[in-house]
Ligand binder design. Structure first.
Ligand code: NIG
Length: 414
C-alpha cells in the first residue's frame, strides 16, 4: 500500500546532501511545494508536488509543513509515583539534587508490572501524539538487580531504544563501591538481553569519575553503546569521559569549559556532514531545554557548541524529577527562543541530531534498521505534519498545539 502526501508547503527533510537554493527560499534540507510517497514502512519518493508519482492513496497537506518525526534520544519513562512537592519546593528556591531519584525508585519498586506497563504506554502515547516517532528510554528507577531487569524488559516492549542506567544513584544505605560492582556485574548481566545502551550519571551526589569509568568500561566490554549524563549540576569530568570512551552522546552539558567544548568538537573532526559516507560519528552534545527550565539551571550552551562544530541533539528528558514533559516541540521552541538556535538548527537537532545520538542516522551501521531523523528514499516513514505553513511557527507561536498528523513507520498515529 502506498500513500502520496502532496501539497506540502515546506518539507524539512534534514537530508543535507541536496543542493541549497536560496533564491526559492529553500535552504539545504528544505523543499517548497513538495510531496512524499510512503510505501509500507519506508519512504519511497521525495520531490516536487508537480512531479509526484501516483499512489494507492492521497493525503492533501493543503500547504502545511512536514518535518521528520521527532527523535527523542533521552527520556526516563519507566517510573511510578509523583514528585510535585519536590517541584514546588524548587520553584520556591530549593536547588535540584540527585537524591530525588530515590523517591521515584521507592514508588517504582512498589508498582506492579501491570501498573508500570500502563503508565509507560500512556507516556509513549503522549509523546507520539506530540510528534515523536522514535524514542529512547532508560532504566534507572529500579536500582536493584530484579527491578532494573524488570524496567529494562518493560522499556523494550514500548520504546525503540533502551538504555541501562543502573548507575543513576547509589541507593540509600548501599556502599557506593559495592553498588558500582553490582552495576558492572550481576545487574548488567540481568539487563543485557533488553538493552542496546548504557549510561552513567557522572555528577556530585551520583557517581564519581572513577566509578563512572568502571561502569563505562564494563558496559563497553559487554558490547553496549555508551552515553553519559554529564556536567549537569556543575563543571565535572562527564564530557571528557564521554569523549574518551567514544560515547554516542553526553547529555545535559550545562557547565562546560573551553576544554570540554574542544574535546567534543575534536570528536567530530573528519566527519562529513550528513554522514552519508558512513564516517564514524563523534560524541553528540544532547541539550535538554525543558530540564534546564524546570531546574532553573543555566541553559546549556547549544549556540556555542554548534559554532564550535559540535553535533547537537535536543531531547525531552521526560522524567518525574527534572523534566516532566515529553513535548519535543516545546524543547525546540525553547532552544530557538532561549538558546539562540535558528528554527532549522533546532529542528535538525531534534530529528537528525537525535538519530545521530542513537546511531540511527543515514550512514550509521543500523543493524539493518532503516535510518530515522531525516526524510529521504529508503528511510523509515516517520513524518510530523504541522498545522502551520512552516516550521518557523513552532517558535513564532510558542505553546500552540501545532501537531496535525503523525506517521510512524508508515502508520498514521494521529
Ligand atoms: O536526567 N540527571 C539524572 N537523571 C534525571 C533526573 C532524574 C530524577 O531526578 O528523577 C535527569 O535530569
Amino acid at each position: 500500500m502506498s500513500l502520496l502526501i502532496d501539497a506540502i508547503g515546506e518539507l524539512s527533510t534534514q537530508h543535507l546532501t541536496g543542493e541549497a537554493s536560496p533564491a526559492s527560499g529553500e535552504g539545504a534540507g528544505v523543499l517548497r511545494d513538495a510531496a512524499v510517497v510512503l510505501e509500507g514502512e519506508r519512504i519511497a519518493w521525495v520531490g516536487r508536488s508537480a512531479d509526484a508519482p501516483a499512489a494507492d492513496e492521497r493525503y492533501d497537506a493543503q500547504g502545511r509543513a512536514v518535518l521528520p518525526g521527532w527523535v527523542d534520544s533521552h527520556s526516563h519513562l519507566v517510573f511510578a509515583g509523583d514528585r510535585t512537592a519536590e517541584f514546588e519546593a524548587r520553584m520556591a528556591g530549593q536547588a535540584y539534587a540527585a537524591g530525588g531519584i530515590g523517591v521515584t525508585t521507592a514508588a517504582t519498586r512498589a508498582a506492579s508490572d501491570g501498573e508500570l506497563r500502563r503508565l509507560l504506554a500512556g507516556r509513549v502515547a503522549e509523546a507520539v501524539a506530540g510528534g515523536t516517532t522514535y524514542l529512547e528510554t532508560k532504566t534507572g528507577y529500579g536500582l536493584e538487580v530484579g527491578h532494573e531487569a524488570r524496567s529494562a524488559a518493560l522499556a523494550a516492549e514500548a520504546a525503540d531504544e533502551v538504555t541501562y542506567l543502573g548507575a543513576h544513584l547509589v541507593p540509600a544505605g548501599a556502599d557506593p563501591e559495592a553498588y558500582t560492582d553490582l552495576v558492572c556485574g550481576a545487574m548488567l548481566e540481568a539487563v543485557r538481553p533488553h538493552v542496546r545502551w548504557a549510561d552513567v550519571f557522572c555528577e556530585t551526589g551520583a557517581f564519581t569519575e572513577e566509578q563512572s569509568r568502571r561502569v563505562l568500561t564494563a558496559c563497553r566490554d559487554a558490547g553496549l553503546g555508551l552515553r553519559v549524563h554529564g556536567n549537569q549540576l556543575g563543571p565535572g569530568p562527564g564530557v571528557r569521559l564521554a569523549v574518551e570512551f567514544g560515547a554516542a552522546s553526553v547529555d545535559h552539558v550545562n557547565f562546560l569549559d573551553e576544554a570540554d567544548v574542544a574535546a567534543l568538537a575534536g570528536s567530530w573532526a573528519g566527519w562529513a556532514d550528513g554522514g552519508a559516507a558512513g564516517d564514524p560519528a563523534g560524541t553528540v552534545a544532547t541539550v535538554l531545554p525543558a530540564c534546564d527550565l524546570s531546574t532553573r539551571a543555566p541553559l546549556a550552551p547549544a549556540r556555542r557548541l554548534l559554532d564550535a562544530g559540535v553535533q547537537v541533539a535536543i531531547a525531552s528528558n521526560c522524567n518525574p524529577g527534572t523534566s516532566y514533559t515529553s513535548s519535543v516541540s516545546f524543547c525546540v521552541t525553547t532552544a530557538v527562543l532561549q538558546m539562540g538556535l535558528t528554527v532549522q538548527e533546532a529542528v535538525r537537532a531534534a530529528t537528525f541530531g537525535g538519530a545521530l545520538a542513537l546511531r540511527r542516522h543515514i550512514g550509521a551501521d543500523t543493524d539493518g534498521q532503516r535510518a530515522v531523523g531525516s526524510i529521504a528514499v529508503g528511510h523509515r516513514a516517520d513524518l510530523h505534519l504541522l498545522d502551520a505553513p512552516s516550521a518557523t511557527h513552532l517558535a513564532y507561536r510558542p505553546g500552540m498545539p501545532l501537531t496535525h498528523a503523525v506517521w510512524r513507520a508508515g502508520q498514521r498515529m494521529r
